[in-house]
Design a protein around this ligand. Structure first.
Ligand code: NAP
Ligand code: G4F
Length: 338
């Protein structure tokens, strides 16, 4: 039975990946950060909390001794490093914590592998935020990086240190450069879940307006379930390598809002410009969406659209869940659980 260590198991991807690996027959060590109240709601949502092959272990990526101990005690075959301060907006307010956790922290894990057993395979959760201020219409493994946030810059370090340990020490260390992926268990502050939650609250008269920032940013949005399968495929390939996982379709935040509202039979009509733009219910003129400048970022990533040809050709990976299906699932889940 293969053993996998998944850091960030309390996060969206960690929970989905743990479920995927359990289904594959792995013994899964789900590493979570100790906090005053244990936060296992995603693991519970996916109904794996009491799975006999899921072992939850306390862990902090920032503590090198902890990484070393955990790797030598568990002796995993595969490590998936998903732990990070993952919210781009917060990284502007907490650049040091973000740099330490999302960037430098990764060395703790790589060093532990190098010292304990360099045969352990390592997956690093890299990101399309590396591309940042892109010039290419479609970004692939060859596109130049130009991160636009402390988060993106920290991920640039973790991307390169992963590659460096592969080249310097011959460790099977791979980067998955993943474009945005969402689900019903996405963090509440990310725009997709924020929109879905607001719609359920508005329909149920618990909230009047949905406040948003930049409506025109475009993202390549897929479903987390498809993407965790890709993470596993990356570590099953015969060589360590770096792969883009994306849907290759881009939609704006505005598109997301319009589609999400369509699932509660509301057609959004926009009027005004800039900070004064509003979104109204076209049937009765009621204002539902307003702009709040607090949600604008000091530097924005305007356009992300990934080219997943390499992953498709070499790994046989492709996304299965469409943008429409994703948004529908998210809105329906919020309506059910409000
Ligand atoms: P998430 O929901 O924010 O989960 C992040 C996880 O990291 C949480 O379990 C969090 O624990 C944990 N963590 C944070 N600091 C830690 C520390 N010092 N020690 C140990 N654990 C720590 O993020 P996600 O969406 O699942 O993303 C997973 C990874 O993929 C992240 O590295 C993210 O940057 C990257 N990524 C995500 C996307 C995407 O669209 N989702 C795209 C590209 C890359 P708590 O629960 O205690 O906070
Ligand atoms: O949902 P977001 O916060 O995700 P963002 O910044 O794209 O980052 C996510 O995807 C990355 C991969 O590309 C990951 F690496 C990262 O960890 C994270 O998972 O924002 C999406 C877009 C941005 O352009 C933002 O400015 O939506 C825009 N936006 C407009 N109004 C908003 C809002 N974002 C948030 N969070 N909240 C708003 O009210």
């Amino acid at each position: 039975m293969k053993k996998a260590l998944v850091t960030g198991v309390t996060g969206q991807d960690g929970a989905y990946l743990a479920q995927f690996l359990l289904d594959k027959g792995y013994e899964v060590y789900g590493a979570y950060r100790r906090t005053s109240s244990l936060n296992l709601w995603r693991v519970q949502f996916l109904k794996i909390e009491n799975h006999p092959r899921l072992k939850l272990v306390e862990f902090n990526l920032l503590d090198a001794s902890n990484c070393l101990r955990i790797i030598s005690q568990i002796q995993p075959d595969e490590v998936y490093n998903l732990a990070a301060q993952s919210f781009v907006g917060v990284s502007f307010e907490q650049p040091l914590v973000t740099s330490q956790t999302t960037g430098i922290g990764v060395v703790n894990m790589l060093e532990a592998i190098r010292l304990v057993n360099p045969a352990i395979k390592f997956y690093q959760a890299s990101t399309s935020e590396l591309y940042g201020k892109v010039s290419d219409k479609l970004q692939n493994e060859e596109t130049a990086f130009y991160p636009r946030s402390p988060y993106g810059v920290a991920k640039l370090y973790s991307y390169w240190i992963t590659k460096n340990y592969r080249e310097a020490y011959n460790i099977f260390a791979s980067n998955g450069i993943l474009f945005n992926h969402e689900s019903s268990i996405r963090g509440e502050t990310f725009v997709s879940r924020k929109i879905a939650r607001a719609i359920a609250a508005i329909v149920n008269k618990k909230q009047k307006y949905l406040y948003l920032g930049n409506l025109n940013a475009k993202r390549d949005w897929g479903h987390a379930k498809d993407f965790v399968e890709g993470m596993w495929m990356i570590l099953q390939h015969k060589n360590p390598d770096d792969f883009v996982l994306a849907t290759s379709k881009a939609y704006s935040v505005r598109d997301f809002v319009e589609l999400a509202f369509s699932f509660v039979d509301i057609d959004i009509e926009w009027s005004g410009t800039g900070i004064n733009e509003v979104g109204k219910n076209s049937k009765n003129g009621e204002t539902l969406i307003k702009i709040d400048s607090a949600y604008f970022r000091p530097a924005e990533v305007d356009y992300l659209r990934g080219d997943h040809k390499k992953a498709n050709k070499i790994l046989g990976w492709k996304p299965k869940i469409s943008f429409k299906e994703l948004v529908k699932e998210m809105v329906e889940n919020e309506l059910l659980n409000i």
